[in-house]
Write a protein that binds this ligand. Structure first.
Ligand code: NAG
Ligand code: NAG
Ligand code: NAG
Ligand code: NAG
Ligand code: NAG
Length: 487
Protein backbone atom coordinates (compact mmCIF):
# COMPACT_ATOMS: atom_id res chain seq x y z
CA UNK A 1 0.00 0.00 0.00
CA UNK A 2 2.66 2.49 1.11
CA UNK A 3 4.81 1.66 -1.90
CA UNK A 4 1.95 2.18 -4.34
CA UNK A 5 1.15 5.53 -2.85
CA UNK A 6 4.78 6.49 -3.18
CA UNK A 7 5.07 5.71 -6.82
CA UNK A 8 1.87 7.60 -7.53
CA UNK A 9 3.24 10.57 -5.62
CA UNK A 10 6.54 10.31 -7.44
CA UNK A 11 4.85 10.59 -10.79
CA UNK A 12 2.91 13.59 -9.66
CA UNK A 13 6.06 15.22 -8.39
CA UNK A 14 7.87 14.61 -11.64
CA UNK A 15 5.00 16.24 -13.48
CA UNK A 16 5.12 19.22 -11.15
CA UNK A 17 8.89 19.48 -11.50
CA UNK A 18 8.63 19.51 -15.30
CA UNK A 19 6.06 22.25 -15.17
CA UNK A 20 8.09 24.45 -12.88
CA UNK A 21 11.15 24.03 -15.07
CA UNK A 22 9.05 25.12 -18.04
CA UNK A 23 7.97 28.18 -16.17
CA UNK A 24 11.53 28.98 -15.12
CA UNK A 25 12.69 28.71 -18.72
CA UNK A 26 9.95 31.01 -19.93
CA UNK A 27 10.79 33.51 -17.23
CA UNK A 28 14.50 33.35 -18.05
CA UNK A 29 13.67 33.81 -21.73
CA UNK A 30 11.61 36.88 -20.89
CA UNK A 31 14.35 38.36 -18.72
CA UNK A 32 17.06 37.69 -21.29
CA UNK A 33 15.19 39.46 -24.07
CA UNK A 34 14.19 42.26 -21.75
CA UNK A 35 10.54 41.29 -22.01
CA UNK A 36 8.45 41.81 -18.90
CA UNK A 37 10.04 39.51 -16.38
CA UNK A 38 10.55 38.84 -12.68
CA UNK A 39 8.09 40.53 -10.42
CA UNK A 40 6.25 42.15 -13.36
CA UNK A 41 5.39 38.82 -14.87
CA UNK A 42 4.55 37.42 -11.47
CA UNK A 43 2.36 40.41 -10.74
CA UNK A 44 0.63 40.04 -14.07
CA UNK A 45 0.24 36.32 -13.61
CA UNK A 46 -1.22 36.71 -10.18
CA UNK A 47 -4.09 38.67 -11.63
CA UNK A 48 -5.15 35.84 -13.91
CA UNK A 49 -4.84 33.12 -11.32
CA UNK A 50 -7.85 30.91 -11.08
CA UNK A 51 -6.68 27.64 -9.66
CA UNK A 52 -4.18 26.16 -7.32
CA UNK A 53 -1.93 23.14 -7.46
CA UNK A 54 1.25 21.75 -6.01
CA UNK A 55 4.86 22.04 -7.02
CA UNK A 56 7.18 19.94 -4.91
CA UNK A 57 4.16 19.67 -2.68
CA UNK A 58 3.99 23.33 -1.93
CA UNK A 59 1.05 25.25 -3.20
CA UNK A 60 1.37 27.19 -6.39
CA UNK A 61 -1.14 29.09 -8.38
CA UNK A 62 -2.07 27.83 -11.78
CA UNK A 63 -2.96 30.21 -14.51
CA UNK A 64 -5.57 29.32 -17.01
CA UNK A 65 -4.35 26.75 -19.50
CA UNK A 66 -4.66 28.98 -22.55
CA UNK A 67 -1.87 31.12 -21.26
CA UNK A 68 1.71 30.40 -22.25
CA UNK A 69 2.81 30.66 -18.65
CA UNK A 70 1.18 27.75 -16.96
CA UNK A 71 2.14 28.05 -13.36
CA UNK A 72 4.09 29.84 -10.77
CA UNK A 73 5.26 29.15 -7.27
CA UNK A 74 3.68 31.10 -4.49
CA UNK A 75 5.57 33.36 -2.10
CA UNK A 76 7.93 34.15 -4.94
CA UNK A 77 8.60 37.81 -4.26
CA UNK A 78 11.27 38.13 -6.88
CA UNK A 79 13.09 34.84 -6.54
CA UNK A 80 11.68 31.83 -8.28
CA UNK A 81 12.84 29.04 -5.99
CA UNK A 82 11.61 29.63 -2.50
CA UNK A 83 14.45 29.43 -0.01
CA UNK A 84 12.71 28.95 3.30
CA UNK A 85 13.87 31.09 6.15
CA UNK A 86 14.88 29.13 9.12
CA UNK A 87 12.98 29.06 12.37
CA UNK A 88 15.20 27.49 14.99
CA UNK A 89 13.75 25.23 17.62
CA UNK A 90 14.49 27.86 20.30
CA UNK A 91 12.57 30.45 18.31
CA UNK A 92 9.69 28.00 18.02
CA UNK A 93 9.74 27.61 21.81
CA UNK A 94 9.27 31.35 22.15
CA UNK A 95 6.55 31.51 19.50
CA UNK A 96 4.63 28.74 21.21
CA UNK A 97 4.62 30.52 24.57
CA UNK A 98 3.81 33.78 22.88
CA UNK A 99 0.92 32.26 20.92
CA UNK A 100 -0.43 30.36 23.89
CA UNK A 101 -0.69 33.62 25.75
CA UNK A 102 -2.03 35.68 22.84
CA UNK A 103 -3.90 33.47 20.35
CA UNK A 104 -7.62 33.59 20.75
CA UNK A 105 -10.16 31.65 18.80
CA UNK A 106 -13.48 33.15 17.75
CA UNK A 107 -15.66 34.30 20.62
CA UNK A 108 -18.47 31.72 20.81
CA UNK A 109 -21.81 32.98 19.48
CA UNK A 110 -23.66 31.76 22.54
CA UNK A 111 -23.01 30.45 26.02
CA UNK A 112 -22.05 26.87 26.71
CA UNK A 113 -20.96 25.36 30.02
CA UNK A 114 -18.03 23.65 28.29
CA UNK A 115 -16.34 27.01 27.68
CA UNK A 116 -16.28 27.65 31.43
CA UNK A 117 -14.82 24.19 32.00
CA UNK A 118 -12.03 24.92 29.53
CA UNK A 119 -11.18 28.22 31.19
CA UNK A 120 -11.16 26.51 34.55
CA UNK A 121 -8.88 23.79 33.17
CA UNK A 122 -6.50 26.41 31.81
CA UNK A 123 -6.24 28.06 35.16
CA UNK A 124 -5.61 24.74 36.88
CA UNK A 125 -2.88 23.84 34.39
CA UNK A 126 -1.20 27.23 34.68
CA UNK A 127 -1.25 26.94 38.44
CA UNK A 128 -0.39 23.26 38.58
CA UNK A 129 1.10 22.07 41.85
CA UNK A 130 4.82 21.54 41.31
CA UNK A 131 5.76 17.88 41.05
CA UNK A 132 9.17 16.42 40.33
CA UNK A 133 8.59 12.72 40.17
CA UNK A 134 5.63 11.22 38.35
CA UNK A 135 5.29 7.44 38.29
CA UNK A 136 5.53 6.42 34.66
CA UNK A 137 6.79 9.69 33.24
CA UNK A 138 10.37 10.75 32.80
CA UNK A 139 10.64 14.36 33.94
CA UNK A 140 13.51 15.68 31.70
CA UNK A 141 11.53 14.83 28.55
CA UNK A 142 8.91 17.45 29.32
CA UNK A 143 8.86 21.21 29.08
CA UNK A 144 7.05 21.32 32.37
CA UNK A 145 6.12 18.03 33.94
CA UNK A 146 3.79 19.66 36.47
CA UNK A 147 1.69 21.28 33.77
CA UNK A 148 1.66 18.15 31.63
CA UNK A 149 0.62 15.95 34.53
CA UNK A 150 -2.23 18.28 35.50
CA UNK A 151 -3.39 18.70 31.92
CA UNK A 152 -3.38 14.97 31.29
CA UNK A 153 -5.34 14.30 34.48
CA UNK A 154 -7.91 16.91 33.53
CA UNK A 155 -8.19 15.43 30.04
CA UNK A 156 -8.93 12.02 31.54
CA UNK A 157 -11.38 13.54 33.97
CA UNK A 158 -13.44 15.93 31.87
CA UNK A 159 -12.71 15.77 28.11
CA UNK A 160 -15.67 14.82 25.93
CA UNK A 161 -15.38 14.44 22.18
CA UNK A 162 -18.26 14.31 19.73
CA UNK A 163 -17.55 12.33 16.57
CA UNK A 164 -19.62 13.30 13.53
CA UNK A 165 -21.41 10.36 11.93
CA UNK A 166 -21.95 12.24 8.66
CA UNK A 167 -19.77 11.42 5.71
CA UNK A 168 -19.53 8.46 3.36
CA UNK A 169 -16.89 5.77 3.21
CA UNK A 170 -14.17 5.43 2.09
CA UNK A 171 -13.04 9.02 2.64
CA UNK A 172 -14.80 9.23 5.98
CA UNK A 173 -14.86 6.53 8.62
CA UNK A 174 -12.50 4.04 6.94
CA UNK A 175 -9.21 3.91 8.75
CA UNK A 176 -6.15 2.58 6.95
CA UNK A 177 -3.74 1.06 9.43
CA UNK A 178 -0.69 0.44 7.22
CA UNK A 179 1.95 2.48 5.50
CA UNK A 180 3.45 5.91 5.97
CA UNK A 181 0.14 7.71 6.53
CA UNK A 182 -1.10 5.20 9.10
CA UNK A 183 -1.21 7.69 11.99
CA UNK A 184 -4.44 9.25 10.76
CA UNK A 185 -5.99 5.78 10.35
CA UNK A 186 -4.98 4.55 13.79
CA UNK A 187 -6.24 7.68 15.43
CA UNK A 188 -9.57 7.43 13.57
CA UNK A 189 -10.03 3.78 14.47
CA UNK A 190 -9.21 4.27 18.14
CA UNK A 191 -11.21 7.51 18.47
CA UNK A 192 -14.35 6.11 16.86
CA UNK A 193 -14.19 3.04 19.10
CA UNK A 194 -13.38 4.98 22.26
CA UNK A 195 -15.72 4.67 25.24
CA UNK A 196 -14.01 7.07 27.67
CA UNK A 197 -13.88 10.32 25.74
CA UNK A 198 -16.63 9.98 23.15
CA UNK A 199 -19.99 11.48 24.00
CA UNK A 200 -23.22 10.95 22.13
CA UNK A 201 -24.49 14.30 23.33
CA UNK A 202 -22.74 17.10 21.42
CA UNK A 203 -23.84 19.65 24.03
CA UNK A 204 -21.30 18.14 26.43
CA UNK A 205 -18.47 18.13 23.91
CA UNK A 206 -15.30 20.21 24.32
CA UNK A 207 -14.10 18.99 20.95
CA UNK A 208 -15.72 17.81 17.70
CA UNK A 209 -13.89 15.31 15.51
CA UNK A 210 -14.13 15.41 11.69
CA UNK A 211 -13.27 11.80 10.85
CA UNK A 212 -11.80 11.98 7.36
CA UNK A 213 -8.68 10.43 5.92
CA UNK A 214 -6.43 12.66 3.83
CA UNK A 215 -4.90 9.55 2.26
CA UNK A 216 -8.28 8.15 1.19
CA UNK A 217 -9.27 11.58 -0.06
CA UNK A 218 -6.28 11.56 -2.39
CA UNK A 219 -6.68 7.93 -3.41
CA UNK A 220 -10.39 8.29 -4.09
CA UNK A 221 -10.68 11.69 -5.75
CA UNK A 222 -7.35 12.75 -7.16
CA UNK A 223 -7.36 12.40 -10.94
CA UNK A 224 -3.99 11.06 -11.93
CA UNK A 225 -1.75 13.63 -13.63
CA UNK A 226 -4.31 16.32 -13.05
CA UNK A 227 -2.67 19.67 -12.41
CA UNK A 228 -5.20 20.51 -9.76
CA UNK A 229 -6.76 18.96 -6.76
CA UNK A 230 -9.36 21.60 -6.19
CA UNK A 231 -11.96 18.83 -6.23
CA UNK A 232 -10.39 17.40 -3.06
CA UNK A 233 -10.71 20.75 -1.34
CA UNK A 234 -14.24 21.07 -2.66
CA UNK A 235 -15.11 17.74 -1.08
CA UNK A 236 -13.97 18.94 2.34
CA UNK A 237 -15.70 22.28 1.90
CA UNK A 238 -18.94 20.48 1.10
CA UNK A 239 -18.47 18.31 4.14
CA UNK A 240 -18.13 21.37 6.34
CA UNK A 241 -21.24 22.91 4.74
CA UNK A 242 -23.20 19.75 5.51
CA UNK A 243 -22.03 19.75 9.12
CA UNK A 244 -22.69 23.47 9.52
CA UNK A 245 -26.18 23.26 8.04
CA UNK A 246 -27.28 20.23 10.02
CA UNK A 247 -25.87 21.01 13.47
CA UNK A 248 -25.51 24.30 15.33
CA UNK A 249 -22.03 23.51 16.68
CA UNK A 250 -19.85 24.55 13.76
CA UNK A 251 -21.34 28.03 13.62
CA UNK A 252 -21.05 28.54 17.37
CA UNK A 253 -17.26 28.83 17.21
CA UNK A 254 -16.52 29.00 13.46
CA UNK A 255 -15.02 25.53 13.79
CA UNK A 256 -12.56 26.46 16.56
CA UNK A 257 -13.62 23.53 18.73
CA UNK A 258 -13.48 21.11 15.78
CA UNK A 259 -10.41 19.08 14.95
CA UNK A 260 -8.98 16.85 12.26
CA UNK A 261 -6.06 14.42 12.19
CA UNK A 262 -4.39 14.11 8.79
CA UNK A 263 -1.05 12.71 7.67
CA UNK A 264 -0.96 13.16 3.89
CA UNK A 265 1.49 15.72 2.45
CA UNK A 266 -1.36 17.72 1.00
CA UNK A 267 -3.42 17.94 4.20
CA UNK A 268 -2.23 21.43 5.25
CA UNK A 269 -3.36 22.92 1.96
CA UNK A 270 -6.52 20.85 1.62
CA UNK A 271 -7.71 22.02 5.00
CA UNK A 272 -6.71 25.62 4.57
CA UNK A 273 -10.01 26.95 3.24
CA UNK A 274 -13.03 26.16 5.38
CA UNK A 275 -11.08 24.37 8.11
CA UNK A 276 -8.48 27.03 8.93
CA UNK A 277 -10.01 27.75 12.31
CA UNK A 278 -10.03 24.10 13.33
CA UNK A 279 -7.33 22.51 15.39
CA UNK A 280 -5.40 20.55 12.79
CA UNK A 281 -3.20 17.67 13.83
CA UNK A 282 -0.85 17.37 10.84
CA UNK A 283 2.15 15.21 9.97
CA UNK A 284 3.28 17.92 7.58
CA UNK A 285 3.80 20.39 10.42
CA UNK A 286 5.54 23.12 8.46
CA UNK A 287 5.69 26.60 9.95
CA UNK A 288 5.86 27.93 6.39
CA UNK A 289 2.70 26.10 5.32
CA UNK A 290 -0.10 27.70 7.33
CA UNK A 291 0.65 25.75 10.49
CA UNK A 292 -0.29 27.88 13.49
CA UNK A 293 1.79 27.15 16.57
CA UNK A 294 -0.34 26.90 19.67
CA UNK A 295 -3.47 25.99 17.67
CA UNK A 296 -2.41 23.27 15.22
CA UNK A 297 -0.45 20.28 16.51
CA UNK A 298 2.25 18.12 14.99
CA UNK A 299 1.10 14.54 14.36
CA UNK A 300 3.88 11.92 14.44
CA UNK A 301 4.30 10.18 11.10
CA UNK A 302 4.51 6.48 11.90
CA UNK A 303 5.33 3.93 9.21
CA UNK A 304 3.25 0.95 10.34
CA UNK A 305 4.35 -2.30 8.69
CA UNK A 306 2.21 -4.72 10.69
CA UNK A 307 -1.34 -3.80 11.66
CA UNK A 308 -1.64 -6.67 14.14
CA UNK A 309 1.56 -5.79 15.99
CA UNK A 310 2.36 -2.15 15.23
CA UNK A 311 5.25 -2.21 17.73
CA UNK A 312 6.96 -5.20 16.15
CA UNK A 313 10.75 -5.02 16.09
CA UNK A 314 10.94 -2.40 18.83
CA UNK A 315 14.36 -1.84 20.40
CA UNK A 316 17.95 -1.85 19.21
CA UNK A 317 21.52 -2.71 20.02
CA UNK A 318 23.25 -1.64 23.21
CA UNK A 319 25.43 1.46 23.00
CA UNK A 320 28.71 -0.45 22.78
CA UNK A 321 27.46 -2.38 19.73
CA UNK A 322 26.44 0.74 17.81
CA UNK A 323 29.46 1.03 15.55
CA UNK A 324 28.09 3.47 12.98
CA UNK A 325 28.15 7.14 13.88
CA UNK A 326 25.34 8.25 11.58
CA UNK A 327 22.92 6.54 9.22
CA UNK A 328 20.55 7.65 6.49
CA UNK A 329 18.99 5.83 3.54
CA UNK A 330 16.18 6.94 1.31
CA UNK A 331 15.01 8.44 -1.96
CA UNK A 332 16.24 11.78 -3.17
CA UNK A 333 13.01 13.61 -2.38
CA UNK A 334 13.23 17.37 -2.03
CA UNK A 335 16.29 19.59 -2.06
CA UNK A 336 17.95 18.65 1.24
CA UNK A 337 18.75 14.99 0.63
CA UNK A 338 20.83 15.53 -2.54
CA UNK A 339 22.93 17.99 -0.54
CA UNK A 340 23.30 15.45 2.25
CA UNK A 341 24.46 12.80 -0.20
CA UNK A 342 26.74 15.13 -2.05
CA UNK A 343 28.62 15.83 1.19
CA UNK A 344 28.43 12.49 2.93
CA UNK A 345 27.44 9.76 0.49
CA UNK A 346 30.24 7.18 0.27
CA UNK A 347 32.79 9.57 1.75
CA UNK A 348 33.48 8.46 5.28
CA UNK A 349 33.21 5.02 6.93
CA UNK A 350 31.60 6.54 10.06
CA UNK A 351 28.86 8.14 7.99
CA UNK A 352 26.58 5.56 6.41
CA UNK A 353 24.68 7.90 4.13
CA UNK A 354 22.95 6.18 1.23
CA UNK A 355 20.33 6.67 -1.42
CA UNK A 356 17.60 4.04 -1.55
CA UNK A 357 18.81 0.70 -0.09
CA UNK A 358 18.22 -2.45 -2.15
CA UNK A 359 14.82 -3.96 -1.32
CA UNK A 360 14.80 -6.46 1.54
CA UNK A 361 11.93 -8.27 3.21
CA UNK A 362 10.24 -6.02 5.81
CA UNK A 363 12.93 -3.42 5.08
CA UNK A 364 15.32 -5.45 7.21
CA UNK A 365 18.61 -3.81 6.16
CA UNK A 366 17.29 -0.36 6.84
CA UNK A 367 16.03 -1.35 10.27
CA UNK A 368 19.30 -3.14 11.14
CA UNK A 369 21.22 0.02 10.32
CA UNK A 370 18.94 2.04 12.58
CA UNK A 371 19.36 -0.46 15.40
CA UNK A 372 23.15 -0.35 15.03
CA UNK A 373 23.81 3.39 14.65
CA UNK A 374 24.38 6.08 17.23
CA UNK A 375 22.60 8.80 15.32
CA UNK A 376 19.86 8.49 12.72
CA UNK A 377 19.68 11.35 10.25
CA UNK A 378 16.13 12.57 9.55
CA UNK A 379 16.36 15.06 6.69
CA UNK A 380 13.21 16.54 5.21
CA UNK A 381 11.91 14.99 2.00
CA UNK A 382 9.41 16.79 -0.20
CA UNK A 383 7.88 17.89 3.05
CA UNK A 384 9.30 18.74 6.46
CA UNK A 385 8.21 15.51 8.14
CA UNK A 386 9.69 12.04 7.85
CA UNK A 387 8.76 8.64 9.31
CA UNK A 388 12.43 8.39 10.35
CA UNK A 389 11.90 10.46 13.47
CA UNK A 390 9.61 7.88 15.06
CA UNK A 391 11.61 4.99 13.55
CA UNK A 392 14.77 6.33 15.20
CA UNK A 393 12.91 6.49 18.51
CA UNK A 394 11.58 2.93 18.07
CA UNK A 395 15.06 1.56 17.32
CA UNK A 396 16.71 3.61 20.07
CA UNK A 397 18.83 5.72 17.78
CA UNK A 398 19.21 9.43 18.59
CA UNK A 399 17.30 11.38 15.90
CA UNK A 400 19.13 14.16 14.07
CA UNK A 401 16.53 16.39 12.48
CA UNK A 402 17.56 18.39 9.41
CA UNK A 403 14.37 20.20 8.42
CA UNK A 404 14.38 23.91 9.10
CA UNK A 405 10.74 24.70 9.70
CA UNK A 406 9.53 21.39 11.05
CA UNK A 407 7.56 21.52 14.28
CA UNK A 408 8.32 18.18 15.97
CA UNK A 409 5.47 16.05 17.38
CA UNK A 410 3.91 16.91 20.75
CA UNK A 411 5.89 20.12 20.67
CA UNK A 412 3.49 21.67 23.20
CA UNK A 413 4.70 19.40 25.95
CA UNK A 414 7.95 17.66 24.99
CA UNK A 415 11.39 19.17 25.41
CA UNK A 416 12.80 17.87 22.12
CA UNK A 417 16.26 19.26 22.64
CA UNK A 418 16.70 16.89 25.57
CA UNK A 419 16.66 13.78 23.35
CA UNK A 420 17.19 14.85 19.74
CA UNK A 421 19.74 16.85 17.77
CA UNK A 422 18.66 19.68 15.45
CA UNK A 423 21.00 20.59 12.63
CA UNK A 424 20.08 23.43 10.31
CA UNK A 425 19.99 22.68 6.59
CA UNK A 426 22.88 25.02 5.91
CA UNK A 427 25.07 23.10 8.36
CA UNK A 428 25.00 19.81 6.44
CA UNK A 429 28.68 20.20 5.48
CA UNK A 430 29.53 20.25 9.22
CA UNK A 431 27.33 17.31 10.12
CA UNK A 432 30.09 14.99 11.25
CA UNK A 433 31.92 17.56 13.33
CA UNK A 434 28.64 18.62 14.94
CA UNK A 435 27.94 15.02 15.96
CA UNK A 436 31.51 14.42 17.12
CA UNK A 437 31.39 17.56 19.22
CA UNK A 438 28.63 16.07 21.36
CA UNK A 439 30.32 14.70 24.50
CA UNK A 440 29.90 10.96 25.12
CA UNK A 441 28.16 11.68 28.39
CA UNK A 442 25.61 13.86 26.65
CA UNK A 443 25.09 11.23 23.95
CA UNK A 444 24.47 8.53 26.54
CA UNK A 445 21.96 10.76 28.26
CA UNK A 446 20.11 11.48 25.03
CA UNK A 447 20.03 7.83 24.11
CA UNK A 448 18.61 6.90 27.47
CA UNK A 449 15.94 9.56 27.01
CA UNK A 450 15.10 8.24 23.54
CA UNK A 451 14.26 4.94 25.24
CA UNK A 452 12.18 6.77 27.82
CA UNK A 453 10.23 8.74 25.23
CA UNK A 454 9.42 5.61 23.22
CA UNK A 455 6.19 4.88 25.10
CA UNK A 456 4.70 8.13 23.79
CA UNK A 457 5.19 7.08 20.15
CA UNK A 458 3.72 3.57 20.13
CA UNK A 459 0.34 2.48 18.74
CA UNK A 460 -1.51 -0.22 20.63
CA UNK A 461 -4.63 -1.99 19.44
CA UNK A 462 -6.08 -1.17 22.84
CA UNK A 463 -4.74 2.23 23.86
CA UNK A 464 -2.71 2.48 27.06
CA UNK A 465 -2.03 5.51 29.23
CA UNK A 466 0.46 8.03 27.74
CA UNK A 467 0.73 6.16 24.42
CA UNK A 468 0.69 7.91 21.05
CA UNK A 469 -3.11 7.86 20.80
CA UNK A 470 -3.45 9.64 24.13
CA UNK A 471 -0.59 12.01 23.32
CA UNK A 472 -2.19 13.04 19.99
CA UNK A 473 -5.48 13.63 21.75
CA UNK A 474 -3.72 15.42 24.59
CA UNK A 475 -2.00 17.92 22.29
CA UNK A 476 -5.35 18.72 20.69
CA UNK A 477 -6.95 19.11 24.10
CA UNK A 478 -4.04 21.22 25.36
CA UNK A 479 -4.26 23.63 22.43
CA UNK A 480 -8.03 23.81 22.78
CA UNK A 481 -7.63 24.71 26.44
CA UNK A 482 -5.13 27.44 25.59
CA UNK A 483 -7.19 28.98 22.78
CA UNK A 484 -10.71 28.75 24.21
CA UNK A 485 -12.86 31.80 24.95
CA UNK A 486 -16.23 32.36 26.50
CA UNK A 487 -19.29 33.97 24.99
C1 NAG B 1 -7.75 23.13 -18.92
O1 NAG B 1 -7.44 22.23 -17.88
C2 NAG B 1 -8.53 21.50 -17.38
C3 NAG B 1 -8.05 20.58 -16.28
O2 NAG B 1 -7.25 21.27 -15.40
C4 NAG B 1 -9.17 20.69 -18.48
O3 NAG B 1 -10.32 20.03 -17.99
C5 NAG B 1 -9.55 21.60 -19.62
O4 NAG B 1 -10.04 20.81 -20.70
C6 NAG B 1 -8.34 22.40 -20.09
N1 NAG B 1 -8.74 23.32 -21.11
C7 NAG B 1 -8.07 23.45 -22.25
C8 NAG B 1 -8.61 24.43 -23.21
O5 NAG B 1 -7.05 22.84 -22.48
C1 NAG C 1 5.96 24.51 35.70
O1 NAG C 1 4.70 25.11 35.79
C2 NAG C 1 4.29 25.42 37.10
C3 NAG C 1 2.86 25.93 37.00
O2 NAG C 1 2.79 27.02 36.16
C4 NAG C 1 5.24 26.42 37.71
O3 NAG C 1 4.85 26.71 39.03
C5 NAG C 1 6.63 25.85 37.68
O4 NAG C 1 7.57 26.81 38.14
C6 NAG C 1 7.03 25.40 36.30
N1 NAG C 1 8.25 24.67 36.37
C7 NAG C 1 9.27 24.93 35.56
C8 NAG C 1 10.46 24.07 35.75
O5 NAG C 1 9.25 25.82 34.75
C1 NAG D 1 -24.51 28.17 9.85
O1 NAG D 1 -24.09 29.25 9.03
C2 NAG D 1 -24.25 29.00 7.65
C3 NAG D 1 -23.63 30.15 6.89
O2 NAG D 1 -23.97 31.36 7.46
C4 NAG D 1 -25.71 28.80 7.33
O3 NAG D 1 -25.87 28.52 5.97
C5 NAG D 1 -26.21 27.62 8.14
O4 NAG D 1 -27.60 27.44 7.94
C6 NAG D 1 -25.96 27.83 9.62
N1 NAG D 1 -26.30 26.62 10.33
C7 NAG D 1 -27.32 26.53 11.16
C8 NAG D 1 -27.55 25.18 11.79
O5 NAG D 1 -28.03 27.47 11.44
C1 NAG E 1 0.55 32.77 16.25
O1 NAG E 1 -0.83 32.99 16.13
C2 NAG E 1 -1.21 33.89 15.11
C3 NAG E 1 -2.69 34.03 15.16
O2 NAG E 1 -3.06 34.69 16.32
C4 NAG E 1 -0.81 33.36 13.77
O3 NAG E 1 -1.15 34.27 12.76
C5 NAG E 1 0.65 33.12 13.78
O4 NAG E 1 0.98 32.51 12.57
C6 NAG E 1 1.02 32.22 14.93
N1 NAG E 1 2.41 32.06 14.92
C7 NAG E 1 2.93 30.91 14.59
C8 NAG E 1 4.41 30.90 14.59
O5 NAG E 1 2.28 29.93 14.33
C1 NAG F 1 11.77 20.79 -6.46
O1 NAG F 1 12.55 19.64 -6.19
C2 NAG F 1 13.68 19.52 -7.02
C3 NAG F 1 14.41 18.23 -6.73
O2 NAG F 1 13.75 17.46 -5.79
C4 NAG F 1 14.59 20.72 -6.83
O3 NAG F 1 15.68 20.63 -7.72
C5 NAG F 1 13.83 21.99 -7.12
O4 NAG F 1 14.64 23.10 -6.82
C6 NAG F 1 12.59 22.05 -6.26
N1 NAG F 1 11.82 23.23 -6.62
C7 NAG F 1 11.28 24.03 -5.69
C8 NAG F 1 10.47 25.14 -6.20
O5 NAG F 1 11.41 23.85 -4.49
Amino acid sequence: MGQQVFSLLERKKLLSLLSIITFALILAFHCYFKLPCGSNVLQHSLESVHKTMMVNNSYVNVIDNHSSITMMPKETEGSLVKVPEMTSISEMDKLLLQNHSSYQSMRPRWFSAVDQELLQARSEIENAPVVTDVGNLYTPLFRNISMFKRSYELMEKILKVYVYREGAKPIMHSPNLLGIYASEGWFMKLMEANKVFVTKDPKNAHLFYLPFSSQMLEETLYIQNSPSYSNLMQYLNNYVDTIAAKHPFWNRTGGADHFLVACHDWAPSETNERMTKCIRSLCNADLKESFVLGKDTSLPETYVRNAQIPTRGLGGKSVSKRKTLAFFAGGMHGYVRPILLQHWGNKDPDMKIFGELPKSKGNKNYIQYMKGSKYCICPKGYEVNSPRVVEAIMYECVPVIISDNFVPPFFEVLNWKSFAVFVSEKDIPNLKSILLSIPVKKYLQMRMRVKKVQQHFLWHRSPVKYDIYHMVLHSIWYNRVFTARTA
